[in-house]
Design a binder for this molecule. Structure first.
Ligand code: DLL
Length: 435
């Protein structure tokens, strides 16, 4: 099932022409309205007129996450705030969030992206979609919500958490599709099993899952537990939110919404463009975004592109599921966490040595569990237990308020965290999420 066959199955020549036209308009808009882009272009003597089509893309300087921090909160917006109807935010690398904005038209384009995903999973106006992504500054909840409304489905905006209630809703309201992070849907599936419910009695037939890395093994498990098709949806706030690319029922890579975005793969070390099929860092340029035009945004996600047409008939290039990151960002229960954020908290607290380690695993419910080990100074460790407890509470509290998720803190003796001679090993991730 297609939502927008005209674009999703466009021939390559027409698509390239459309991309080139839209690229020129985007470059002009960014250069004329966003001082950060004017500066980037002027510094290398590049004029918007020098960009005549996608063949000139490589001339454009990259945009990176720190550009958001440097222009916090609205400095990268290309429209008046009068035209911005929504903002979302995701984690920055330190204390400041990455803020993104949308005009009415941007929201409509985004909903179209998600509608394409839903239709590709067989979801239409007769369906009921339970949205179990978080609603709020995170783009997951509202992103799926607007896409589901666009296809005319009935939305259950339940948000995340309260698993038993999720299952009751699935039973009582008869949702035919569910959207959420793969680890959460897996947890729902396992709870269904524990409760002795036969998945065949649930009308749900498909799940739309993303926001964090997952594996083919997880797909099989979820499909068996809930007797459904499990599809991968990719996206990031800076570029739009969920729906940047989407899987069809062939389950063979994610179609990139190429009429609204240009995807490139680059060598993360040299910045050189790499040919289709070669693994590297994924980079996006927006083609329709009004509030926040983005030129060559480096996602830090690693994958490769497949230009072969898919058996489903869509011509949009596919990206392989995300294979890793070229930075140290972790995704814990769908929330992006940078070790530098943890460092910001820890280094601002007295009585602590500048040594820490982050240990990530899955708990008995298969949900992510993060523990931060922090070295305390010799006088604190030999002091009163009460002082240690207070310190632990303070770190736990400060981490929760900066990261937006809870984690356990373990205070350890001075010198107990291994010192390394090169790059310190800050993260021990036992989850094996990239395969
Ligand atoms: O996670 C948007 C989203 C919401 C996507 C719901 C899909 C579903 P951010 O919070 O900005 O946005 O995080 C973006 O999450 O750069 C990837 O590293 C990771 N990510 C997102 N989707 C996938 C996926 C949302 N399907 C960051 N597979 C991205 C692997 C994913 N990683």
């Amino acid at each position: 099932m297609y939502w927008d066959k005209q674009h999703e199955c466009m021939d390559r020549e027409a698509l390239t022409k459309l991309q080139s036209e839209r690229l020129c308009a985007t470059v002009k808009r960014a250069y004329e309205n966003v001082p950060a882009y004017t500066k980037k272009f002027d510094e290398i003597g590049l004029k918007p007129e020098d960009i005549k089509g996608i063949e000139d893309l490589h001339k454009i300087p990259f945009t990176v996450k720190t550009d958001f921090r440097d222009n916090y909160p609205f400095g990268l917006f290309a429209t008046d705030m009068d035209d911005v109807v929504r903002v979302h935010a995701s984690s920055g690398t330190t204390g400041k969030a990455t803020v993104v904005g949308y005009t009415k038209n941007d929201i409509d384009c985004w909903a179209t992206m998600v509608a394409r995903q839903l239709a590709a999973g067989g979801v239409g106006s007769k369906d009921i979609v339970q949205v179990a992504y978080g609603y709020g500054l995170f783009t997951g909840g509202l992103g799926l919500h607007y896409g589901a409304e666009k296809v005319g489905a009935t939305v259950i905006p339940i948000s995340t958490g309260n698993t038993k209630r999720q299952i009751t809703m699935l039973q009582d309201m008869g949702a035919t599709a569910i959207a959420g992070t793969p680890s959460y849907i897996l947890h729902i599936g396992e709870t269904v099993k524990e409760m002795g419910i036969d998945p065949k009695t649930l009308p749900v037939k498909v799940s739309i899952m993303g926001a964090e890395p997952w594996t083919e093994e997880m797909r099989k498990e979820i499909e068996e537990l809930l007797d459904i098709d499990a599809l991968d949806i990719y996206g990031l706030s800076e570029v739009m939110g969920p729906g940047v690319s989407y899987e069809c029922l062939e389950k063979h890579g994610l179609h990139i919404n190429e009429d609204m975005l240009i995807a490139e793969i680059i060598d993360p070390d040299t910045g050189e463009q790499l040919p289709d099929g070669k693994q590297g860092e994924l980079v996006f340029t927006s083609l329709t975004k009004e509030a926040l035009p983005l030129l060559r945004y480096r996602t830090k996600d690693i994958t490769y592109l497949d230009p072969e047409p898919c058996a489903c008939g869509r011509t949009f290039k596919r990206m392989h599921r995300i294979l890793g990151r070229c930075d140290d960002m972790l995704i814990i229960r769908g929330v992006n966490v940078f070790p530098s954020q943890i460092e910001t908290v820890i280094f601002n607290i007295e009585g602590i040595e500048p040594h820490y380690q982050i240990v990530v695993d899955r708990d008995e419910r298969r949900l992510d569990d993060m523990e931060v080990w922090v070295e305390v100074s010799p006088d604190v460790i030999s002091g009163e237990v009460r002082t240690l407890e207070k310190l632990n509470k303070k770190i736990t509290h400060d981490l929760r308020s900066l990261l937006g998720i809870g984690c356990k803190v373990k205070l350890v003796e001075p010198l107990s965290i291994p010192r390394s001679e090169g790059k310190s090993k800050r993260i021990i991730d036992k989850r094996e999420v990239y395969k």
